[in-house]
Write a protein that binds this ligand. Structure first.
Ligand code: SF4
Ligand code: SF4
Length: 292
């Protein structure tokens, strides 16, 4: 099936190349229907397939480079694109596909005979800008439909807050100082009070806005999937972490080592360290102007 819809000669063309990820980014894009009249989707294996991607104005790439097939498909598709956008944590840093870098996961995979039927795993999962030039980064896990519309320049009035806190609306109070962290699913959450005051590990204070605080407003702490706000994006992960530590020491009596252990837990570190590849010696830092 090619499935291309004839929507007129001036309509831009875009494609979605899915590398190793979970398809959550694709589902978020499909939840934003407004692009249908302005773009022709020419390739997106989840819904529109064809043998090749021919010329497109915009190539959205989701997922990390986990296999030799990912690498081949990415290099080939990027040749036909005017603009390449890295979409989601996986394309920007490897994300969940990086779990395959772990020795125990790799051993489990290599023990399976059927592995010969699937593409070959590369030694390490890599962000897509290790293989092709990226024009724009769209962080989020997944980015919201509104963010996709902003990337495709359909919502002209899109104004992201600098941080998630600015979009959250919960109040920070002086008389609630928790002594320990609570687990993510622990107990009842008060509706209007900042989650830090309630003992939750929320990193919205220095995470870039634009998601409209979809997690924190109903009571789920921010895990930082949008990456650092502009103030830290070219500064390195340690500076971002230090600001988070300072916020917690100002608002809580939680011991430093307890906080540090939680910040470096496998669940959070997938997001908090996602931009650390910016500072590899052989790669220039990604510029904040390129991050939506
Ligand atoms: S960034 Fe998140 S939603 Fe998107 S493919 Fe990766 S894990 Fe899935
Ligand atoms: S709950 Fe999180 S995002 Fe909301 S105000 Fe508190 S720290 Fe900021």
């Amino acid at each position: 099936m090619t499935g291309e819809k004839d929507v007129g000669p001036c309509v831009k063309r875009f494609a979605v190349l899915q590398l190793s990820g979970c398809s959550g980014c694709e589902v978020a894009l499909l939840n934003a229907g407004e692009w249908i009249d302005q773009y022709r989707l020419v390739y997106m294996p989840l819904v529109v397939s064809s043998h090749n991607i021919s010329h497109v104005d915009v190539l959205l790439v989701t997922g990390g480079i986990r296999t030799d097939e990912d690498l081949h498909n990415l290099r080939r598709a990027a040749r036909y694109a005017d603009q390449v956008v890295a979409v989601g944590t996986c394309a920007i840093s490897g994300g969940i596909s990086s779990l395959g870098d772990r020795d125990d996961v790799r051993e489990l995979f290599l023990a399976q005979e059927e592995r010969r039927l699937v593409p070959r795993l590369l030694p390490k999962c890599s962000p897509i800008d290790t293989a092709v030039d990226v024009d724009l980064y769209l962080p989020g896990c997944p980015p919201t439909p509104e963010l996709f519309l902003a990337v495709l320049q359909i919502s002209s009035d899109f104004e992201p807050g600098k941080t998630v806190c600015q979009e959250c609306g919960r109040k920070k109070v002086a008389d609630m100082r928790p002594k320990h962290l609570l687990g993510h699913q622990h107990g009842e959450v008060l509706p209007d009070i900042c989650l830090i005051n309630q003992g939750f590990l929320c990193v919205g204070t220095s995470t870039r806005g634009g998601c409209r605080a979809l997690c924190t407003r109903p009571g789920h702490p921010c895990v930082g999937c949008r990456g650092p706000s502009d103030a830290f994006i070219e500064e390195g992960t340690e500076k971002w972490l230090n600001v988070i530590r300072r916020v917690f020491s100002k608002m809580t009596d939680i011991p430093d080592d307890e906080l540090d252990e939680a910040l470096r837990s496998p669940q959070l570190s997938m997001f908090l360290f996602q931009f650390s590849d910016y500072f590899d010696a052989d790669r220039p830092p990604r510029k904040k102007e390129k991050v939506l």
